[in-house]
Design a protein around this ligand. Structure first.
Ligand code: PEP
Ligand code: MG
Length: 301
């Protein structure tokens, strides 16, 4: 018989043999954290900042962004939050004008100017958001996550800017900035990316889409959108080995983090955290408690 999920509320997240994986929440709004108080979470593993922007008529200024980010950090009372920089998908065309003062309509928005690509072309937007996040980081542990990274140059550029701002602002808390691994190219150069990232988080929603060339929102190819394709496991494995070699923490923040079929794989690949929507946390905590740790990465690394 399956134990009641409620038995797993407010408990640590441990495998049967006592190995911990942090279970964190993916959130878009502060209010979602009310539920977290009844479940018990180890932090927020993915805050999708675009929702603040989508709810505003104008691009929110630094002060407004700061207030929003700081309220989330304070609400977590010392638990960490990973905040993702703006990832405007191509479908939010109206935002390009606001952000960059020009129109944009790529022929294929999913492969177009989104995530860090757009931010690096809009220095004011990027600088404002980095400053607001860095300031919020003085209130508690905050990690900055860079979306849609495909090459080291992008990470080097955003990191350089973040370091410069961090230095100029005379902050007390250290800078932590990492890459989301959600494009196959990023997984394939994970070794090099790990050298310039403080952490990795694997975004499986886009990683599956781009690896299998199957649009995640197109029902006609839904049957081809198969996380069980061996290419996905190969890319995740490669990323895990690279993170381990460089000694940086690795998490998963896409939907696969909440898939019980993947829990033991993630446990065995030494994932630091799995981040998912709040309603999946108790089922995964229960499932994890039935697994035993069998290291999948040879110690030679
Ligand atoms: C992902 O791509 O897996 C991810 C976590 O981000 P989003 O779903 O917001 O693209
Ligand atoms: Mg994504």
């Amino acid at each position: 018989s399956r134990e009641a999920l409620s038995a797993y509320a407010m408990q640590p997240s441990l495998s049967r043999d006592g190995r911990e994986i942090k279970l964190m929440a993916n959130i878009e709004f502060l209010e979602e954290l009310d539920l977290a108080d009844r479940i018990g979470i180890d932090g927020v593993g993915l805050y999708r900042s675009e929702f603040l922007f989508l709810n505003c008529k104008e691009i929110p200024d630094e002060e407004m962004q700061y207030r929003c980010y700081a309220s989330i950090v304070r609400r977590l009372r010392g638990k960490p939050v990973t905040m993702r920089l703006l990832d405007i998908g191509g479908d939010k065309a109206c935002m390009y004008r606001q952000a960059t003062s020009r129109d944009y309509s790529g022929s294929n928005p999913v492969l177009g100017l989104r995530g860090i690509r757009l931010l690096l072309r809009s220095p004011r937007l990027l600088t404002t958001q980095l400053r607001a996040m860095l300031r919020a980081g003085e209130e508690g542990p905050l990690h900055i996550l860079v979306p849609m990274v495909t090459c080291c140059e992008e990470m080097i550029e955003v990191r350089k800017l973040a370091e410069q701002l961090h230095h100029d602002m005379n902050l007390h808390q250290p800078l932590s900035i990492g890459a989301i691994i959600e494009v196959p190219a990023a997984a394939l150069v994970a070794d090099a990316l790990a050298e310039i990232s403080d952490f990795f988080s694997i975004g499986t929603n886009d990683l599956v889409q781009y690896t299998l060339a199957a649009d995640r929102s197109d029902e006609e190819v839904a049957s081809l959108y198969q996380p069980s394709h061996p290419a996905i496991k190969q890319l995740i494995y490669q990323t895990a080995v690279a993170a381990k070699k460089a000694g940086i923490p690795l998490s998963v923040c896409g939907e696969l983090a909440a898939s019980p079929e993947w829990t033991s794989t993630f446990l065995n690949l030494d994932m630091h955290a799995l981040s998912m929507s709040l309603n999946n946390i108790l089922p995964i905590r229960r499932h994890l408690s039935k697994q035993d740790y069998k290291p999948a990465i040879p110690p030679a690394f």
